[in-house]
Design a protein around this ligand. Structure first.
Ligand code: 13P
Ligand code: SF4
Length: 311
């Protein structure tokens, strides 16, 4: 074990801290984390953890989400410059304008957005539960932001009208997948199963054998009898797939599908975060109350009890 990892573990124990990491984090960060998962799993973990400190290795909205749902722990984000570019493409004004145009349509907001935007929402979802939530909402029309590709995916799966807010917002990493290149790859890797994230454009998803959140993709490759996979999401996920699926092999469907912001978290920054208690993530109390209300609606519509249900 190298010195940095030893020091991270020593500080972590001394502080009573828990390290959470997203599936796209660099391998060495995943290895030192207490739990690695997708946005939904990490939110649930952050909610359940009873620790003085949670160090969140991921992009800004994920650490902010942890601060909203766990008021008892101090949330640290090792690099506040690790920001999801898609999350910053939506504003509070976008939601308010859309509500004026469609006053009867509930607002469903993707977790990849700032807390102030989620505070305007009726429901907050992740890629793992968006389809379930929208199917269970009584309205046939919903406003959904910010990812228009995920909006299209939800519309296709639920048969509902899903209006994207704003009109053209997308993940710059997942739009790098190109259907023509995938067709070529599929002709080369004939025996590979193609899996894709719902943030991919419809033309790419149409070629996929399985579409799901990052952890749903990991579960799928574990349970699938096939041993070879073409992976249509950020390349960082392949580290976990290789580690947890002995005997199976993975080919990235695009080697340029790299989320630079996810890679801004390094072991050195994690060490400094623990050593100097940096960077503390705080969310305005009123905003946090509104986001938790939208999360409670989400849990309610799914029939799952939330920590706020009894309040
Ligand atoms: P997941 O919730 O599927 O892990 O997705 C998060 C994300 O940022 C995808 O680009
Ligand atoms: Fe945001 Fe896309 Fe990076 Fe996910 S992969 S964090 S949506 S920029």
């Amino acid at each position: 074990m190298n010195n940095t990892v030893q020091e991270i573990n020593r500080l972590k124990e001394g502080l009573g801290a828990i390290i959470l990491a997203h599936n796209y984090q660099p391998p060495e960060v995943q290895d030192v984390a207490d739990f690695v998962g997708d946005s939904l799993e990490l939110s649930i973990k952050a909610m359940q953890i009873d620790a003085r400190f949670i160090v969140f290795c991921g992009v800004d909205f994920m650490a902010e989400q942890a601060a909203v749902i766990n008021e008892g722990s101090v949330i640290l984000h090792p690099d506040p410059e690790a920001k999801c570019p898609m999350a910053s493409m939506i504003s509070v004004e976008d939601i308010r304008r859309a509500r004026e145009r469609h006053p009867k349509a509930p607002v469903v907001i993707y977790v990849n957005s700032p807390a102030v935007v989620k505070a305007e929402a009726d429901y907050v979802v992740t890629s793992a539960n968006a389809v379930d939530v929208v199917s269970n909402i009584s309205s046939d029309t919903v406003l959904f932001g910010p990812d228009r590709h995920l909006a299209e995916y939800i519309a296709k799966k639920t048969g509902k009208i899903v209006i994207p807010v704003p009109e053209d917002c997308y993940c710059p990493v997942h739009v790098k997948f190109n259907p023509n290149e995938i067709k070529v790859l599929k002709s080369i890797y004939k025996d590979h199963v193609f899996i894709a994230h719902p943030e991919c454009p419809a033309s790419v998803r149409a070629l996929a054998d399985f579409v799901g959140s990052t952890s749903q993709m990991i579960k799928f490759v574990k349970s699938c009898p096939n041993t070879r996979f073409l992976v249509g999401t950020e390349v960082g996920i392949i580290y976990r797939m290789v580690k947890e699926c002995v005997g199976k092999s993975f080919v990235p469907a695009s080697t340029s599908a790299i989320c630079e912001d996810m890679k801004k978290i390094t072991l050195e920054k994690l060490l400094q975060s623990l050593r100097n208690k940096l960077y503390r993530v705080e969310v305005d109390k009123e905003v946090a109350i509104k986001v938790r209300k939208a999360l409670k609606n989400t849990f309610d519509v799914l029939g799952v009890e939330s920590p706020w249900s009894k309040k």
